[in-house]
Design a protein. Structure first.
Length: 212
C-alpha cells in the first residue's frame, strides 16, 4: 500500500502553493521557488537512497510552512499547520506524524549522522539550496528581509550550524551528492566565514551603514 497516494500529494501541493502565493510578500526566500527546488531534488535523492519517494516529496512540500506561521522560526513551529494540511489532503494520521518527524529530523540546526533515509533525502535537497553558488549572490538579501536578521546574524547562523556538520563529513548524506556538491558547500562556508570576519573591521561596518 502506498503511504501517500498521488491524489494526496497533489492536494498538499495545491494547499502549500496557495499559502505561499498568499504570503508571497513575506516569503522572498522560503517561498514557492524554494519549495519547488527542494521537492524536485528531494525526490531525486530519495530515489537514489531507496527511501519512500512519495513520503519524501510530501515532506518537502510542507517542510517550511513554519515560515508562514512565524518569522524566523524553527520547523517545529509549523507542526500544527503541517498536520492540518496533510489531514485535509487525506494523508493518514500515522503517516502525517511520520512526515512531521522527517521534517524536524532533517532541519540543519538539529540533524545528526544517523537520521532516517527519508530525512537524509530531504536534508540533502534543502542543504543543496543553501550551498548553491547563486544563493549568497541572488537570495541572501531576501533571507535577511524575510527573517529580520542582520548580515552578522546570518553569517553566524550559517557558520555556526553548518561548519561542524561539514567538517564531520555529513554535510551531504548521499555519496553522489557529496561528490558533486561538497566543493560548492566548502566555498560557500568559506565565503560566510570571510563575511563574518570582515564585519569586525570598523571601516566595513561604516560602509554598510552608508549603503543601507
Amino acid at each position: 500500500m502506498v503511504a501517500v497516494p498521488r491524489a494526496s500529494i497533489d492536494a498538499v501541493e495545491r494547499s502549500v502553493h496557495r499559502l505561499c502565493t498568499q504570503a508571497a510578500e513575506s516569503l522572498p526566500f522560503h517561498g514557492w521557488h524554494h519549495v519547488g527546488f527542494v521537492r524536485t531534488k528531494a525526490v531525486e535523492f530519495a530515489e537514489r537512497n531507496g527511501s519512500d519517494a512519495a513520503v519524501v516529496e510530501t515532506a518537502a512540500l510542507v517542510h517550511d510552512v513554519n515560515y508562514i506561521v512565524a518569522r524566523n522560526s524553527s520547523a517545529a513551529a509549523g507542526r500544527r499547520l503541517r498536520l492540518e494540511i496533510l489531514a485535509v489532503a487525506g494523508v493518514a494520521k500515522p503517516v502525517a506524524g511520520w512526515i512531521d518527524r522527517i521534517v524536524r529530523e532533517a532541519e540543519m540546526a538539529v540533524r545528526h549522522r544517523e537520521i532516517s533515509l527519508e530525512a537524509q533525502a530531504l536534508s540533502d535537497a534543502d542543504t543543496l539550496f543553501k550551498a548553491l553558488p547563486v544563493t549568497p549572490v541572488v537570495l541572501a538579501h531576501r533571507y535577511l528581509a524575510e527573517n529580520g536578521v542582520s548580515l552578522r546574524e546570518l553569517a553566524e547562523k550559517i557558520v555556526g550550524e553548518q561548519q561542524d556538520v561539514h567538517d564531520d563529513g555529513y554535510y551531504f548524506y548521499n555519496p553522489q551528492a557529496a561528490a558533486t556538491y561538497t566543493r560548492w558547500a566548502a566555498a560557500n562556508l568559506q565565503l560566510w566565514q570571510c563575511i563574518r570576519e570582515s564585519l569586525d573591521d570598523p571601516t566595513v561596518e561604516q560602509l554598510l551603514r552608508a549603503v543601507s
